[in-house]
Design a protein around this ligand. Structure first.
Ligand SMILES: NC(=O)C1=CN([C@@H]2O[C@H](COP(=O)(O)OP(=O)(O)OC[C@H]3O[C@@H](n4cnc5c(N)ncnc54)[C@H](O)[C@@H]3O)[C@@H](O)[C@H]2O)C=CC1
Ligand SMILES: CC(=O)C(=O)O
Length: 314
């Protein structure tokens, strides 16, 4: 018998719905349960998606409550507030969203104790850490979406610059999903050819142009929020990709936020590093030879996140 692939989404606002749509459209889940404080909204979104079933296939979407989550393998948490303007940073959302998480994580421990949690609410690294502290499940089973979104933006821009498929660009952004994130230039390559100090696909190395691309990807959320008020489409596919890696037990290497236990001398924080993602969550992390500036950047990300963490009671 084919096993049911059940995914729940807590918070069916802009991000939750984009994630549901990506999961539905790509048929990554066979059942999607939408949970929101605003039950009517969750019901409306479920109805709307179900009307696409004829064209997508047999994926069941329904509104539900925590009591419905006992067979759910993955729970995605997108509940909480987002940045209301380009002047607000992700870290400024912390107090409001930490309070929301207190309630949600205890309910998930009660009703879905075996599910893997994917945290997307901002500030995502801090809420991943908070969730790991609040929950009884093993920390490796609580994963933040982290810098997969930033990495996707970075590769899209690099792909456009070099006029090559972004999937052939191998470049990561690590550390905080936020203003201190770190581009890993020392490892960045296209089809195996390092970007740093090389002419690649006819383009000579141009540090200034590449630094600008990184700044553009780092500031992408602010630019999108300035125009449409929120971001949701790309994070929707990012969430679907992580869910797929888990449900298929792919063991794909994905930059997600997970617990740091000594890598590059960094301890007791959650932020992104290339991680092996499968049915047990994040079991292993990859530790490439980074240069000193990159390691310093990661340490700075960790300090920023840790000092924000000190401001809340968990
Ligand atoms: N990790 C990432 O890369 C990204 C994260 N985000 C973050 O995702 C979060 C959600 O953003 P949006 O969807 O735009 O916000 P939204 O305001 O559209 O939706 C939030 C939803 O959460 C629900 N909610 C609030 N408290 C709840 C609770 N206790 N239980 C169940 N549902 C609850 C609300 O009713 C609402 O429907 C924000 O923190 C935003 O910053 C947004 C984009 C990318
Ligand atoms: C809002 C957010 O975190 C992003 O789009 O990167």
């Amino acid at each position: 018998m084919i096993q049911k692939r059940s995914v729940a989404i807590i918070g069916t606002g802009n991000v939750g719905v984009a994630a549901a749509y990506a999961l539905f459209n790509q048929r990554i889940a066979s059942e999607i349960i939408l949970v929101d404080l605003n039950r009517e909204r969750a019901e409306g979104e479920a109805m709307d998606l179900m009307h696409g079933q004829l064209l997508v296939g047999n994926v069941k979407v329904r509104a539900g409550s925590y009591e419905d989550l006992k067979d759910t393998q993955v729970v995605v948490v997108t509940a909480g507030v987002g940045q209301k303007s380009p002047d607000e940073s992700r870290l400024e959302l912390l107090n409001r969203n930490a309070a929301v998480y207190n309630d949600i994580i205890s309910k998930l421990d009660e009703y879905a104790p075996n599910a893997i949690l994917i945290i997307a609410t901002n500030p995502v690294d801090i809420l991943t850490y908070v969730s790991q502290k609040l929950s009884a499940r093993e920390p490796q089973r609580i994963i933040g979406t982290g810098t997969l979104l930033d990495t996707a933006r970075f590769r899209a821009l690099l792909g456009r610059y070099y006029d090559v498929d972004p999937r052939s660009v191998h470049a990561y952004i690590l550390g905080e999903h936020g203003d201190s994130e770190v581009p890993i230039w020392s490892q960045a390559n296209i089809g195996g050819q390092p970007i740093q100090h090389n002419t690649v696909l006819g383009k000579p190395y141009n540090k200034e142009a590449l630094d600008k691309l990184f700044e553009e990807s780092k500031n992408a959320a602010y630019e999108i929020i300035k125009r449409k008020g929120f971001t949701n489409s790309a994070i929707g596919v990012v969430i679907a990709r992580i869910v797929e890696g888990i449900l298929e037990d792919e063991k794909s290497v994905i930059p997600v936020s997970a617990y740091w236990d000594g890598a590059y001398g960094i301890n007791d924080v959650c932020m992104s590093l290339q991680s092996v993602v499968g049915i047990e969550g994040v079991k292993h992390r990859v530790l490439p030879d980074l240069d000193q500036e990159e390691i310093q950047g990661l340490r700075q990300s960790a300090e920023i996140l840790q000092s924000s963490l000190k401001k809340i009671d968990i």
